[in-house]
Each structure stands twice: as C-alpha cells, then as structure tokens.
Design a binder for this molecule. Sequence first.
Ligand code: ADP
Ligand code: NA
Length: 335
Amino acid sequence: MRVVSGIQPTGSLHLGNYLGAIRNWVRMQDGLADGEQCLFFLADLHAISMPHDPAGLRAATLEMTAALVACGIDPARSVLFNQAQVPAHAELQWLLNGTARMGWLNRMTQFKDKSGKNREGASVALYTYPVLQAADVLLYQATHVPVGDDQKQHLELARDIAQKFNNDFCAEDAPVFTLPDPIIPSEAARIMSLRDGTAKMSKSDPSDMSRINLADDPDEMAKKIKKAKTDPEPLPSEVAGLDGRPEALNLVSIYAALEGSTPDAVLARFGGQGFGVFKPAMAELVVETLGPIQRRFVELKADREALDAILARGAARAREIGVPTLKAAYDALGL
Ligand code: ADP
Ligand code: NA
C-alpha cells in the first residue's frame, strides 16, 4: 500500500480541510504497516495555474507545511515535501501529455468551474493541471489516493492515462504505471460555510467569517461560531428534523465529526435546546480540539529553518522513490 495525496498551499488550513482531508491522512499514516508508505505534498506547482503572488506562495508553502505537521503529519514517518523541489513531477507531466487526449481534458468539470466565463483568458496550466495531478500520483506508484468528491474525476483521468500508457508503450507483463484507487472519506465529506449552509467551507470564500482557520485564536473561533448563520428554531431530537435547515445540519455535523459520534447522537443530547445553548458548547469543543493544534502551528511556523529542513529531506526521499518510474517512462517512450 502506498498512499499519495496533496494540498495546495494557498490560503490557510481550515476546519473543512482538517475534518475532510488532513485528519484522515494522519489516521492513514498512523495505521501503516511495515513497508507501506504515505507521501503528502504541498501542490505549489498547481498554485501557479491561477493568478498568484510569488512571495505569498513561498510563505504559504511553509505555513501549510507547519499546519500539516501541527495536525499530526510526522515527517519522520510520512514523506512530506513540496512539488517544486521534485522536478520529476513536471517532467513526467510532459511525458504524459503525449498520452492524455484533448477530449478527456475537455470533459473535466473543474476547468469549466474555475475558468468560468473567461475560458480564453484561463492559463494553459489550469487546463492541463489534471495531467500534472496524474503525474503526482503515478510517479510514486500510488495504490491509494485520498481525494475529495470534487477530485474524483481527476483520479479517473489518472487511471485512464496510466492504462493507455501501459497499453501503448509497455509489454503486457511489465507495465510502467500502477492504477491507483481513490479513497473517498464518507464521514464529514463536506463541511459547509458558516455563512451559507449551501456553499462549501473554502479558502477561496472572500468572507473570513465563513470558515474556522487553524490560524484563528480561540476567541476568533468562538466569535465565528457565535455569529454563524442559523435559524430561530430549537434543535430537533433526530437528524430527520433538520430537513430544510442546512445551516443547523452543518453545525451539528461539525460537532459530531469533532467528537467522533453521529449527528443523531449529538441531537439526542441537544434536542429541544436552542442555539444559545448549542453554540457555546460547540465553540468549547472546537477550541478543545483545534487549540492544541493551533499552539503547535504557531510554534512550528516561527522556525523557518526547521520547515526548510523538513521539506528538503522530504524532497530527497520523494526523488529516490519517484526517479526510477520517471526513467522507466522515458525508456518506454524511446527517449
Ligand atoms: P479549498 O476548497 O479550501 O481550497 P482544497 O481544494 O485545497 O480546499 O482542498 C484540500 C483538501 O481539503 C481536499 O482533500 C478537499 O477535498 C478537502 N476539503 C476542502 N474543503 C472541504 C470542506 N468544506 N469539507 C470537507 N473537505 C474539504
Ligand atoms: Na479549492
């Protein structure tokens, strides 16, 4: 088993990233057997597919590294690195560009969403970044890739590219690439905005009140929960009673995810109570869970040299694992 996953170092880590992705990464890392491996990377090469500020990107890469370590990613056990320090990602992408088909990329819904009405003004990188994502995982012979719902289509593309490459250029008994399987988290798959229960909690939401950031101090966390959009009704005693109340459902789901229970278990305790009771309890739970992570994050972030060293060591290990596959791909193509 080899697990590979990445996160873009844009903006700061929020509760949705933590519950929907990073907490699961930590669990996978902690559950590994001998000979199994987790590779987690900062997708800094992906960040240039959208308008960006170079100094900000470098700072965000280090900050996201600190955030991941604070959440429990252990650089001694997992390979933690940034793409830009492993040139094999970009090299393999070019090799895979020969195999990926225009028609396959044309079907990617993320490009349509992210380019919006300005298709002609979008960067070429935004169009081809699913091929870079394929390179990100195929380079390491990933067997399992934890992905959010929105990225499932890109992992299918990676499998299609791997399969076509193996078919077109490799002997049947000597494929270059492993076809990776997705791991899609079921619980807490989608944490919603605190301002709008129908929008995903996201770094790119212009309103900072919409999300709880790892970098927020406890008072800010509590304030955001206090101001979270809700309705005047008391909580029902079962989750079916939250139909048509997305904001209330979101808060109850966050509470359940944080304590490792279910929305029904939370409502069995809070049913009949209003948000005047529920929100302070929720704020306490959020601060109790994220507080220690936040303190580690602040400490780690202040030690730039240590973060540089973590990324340098991770990149060296990533190159060791990835370069043989890159060589095999060159070879298969007659290069
Ligand atoms: P964002 O949307 O905030 O920019 P990313 O797209 O960088 O986040 O996603 C990083 C990881 O966090 C992905 O695995 C993604 O599925 C997960 N994730 C992002 N937002 C949420 C959310 N609101 N709820 C659950 N998981 C999320
Ligand atoms: Na995003």
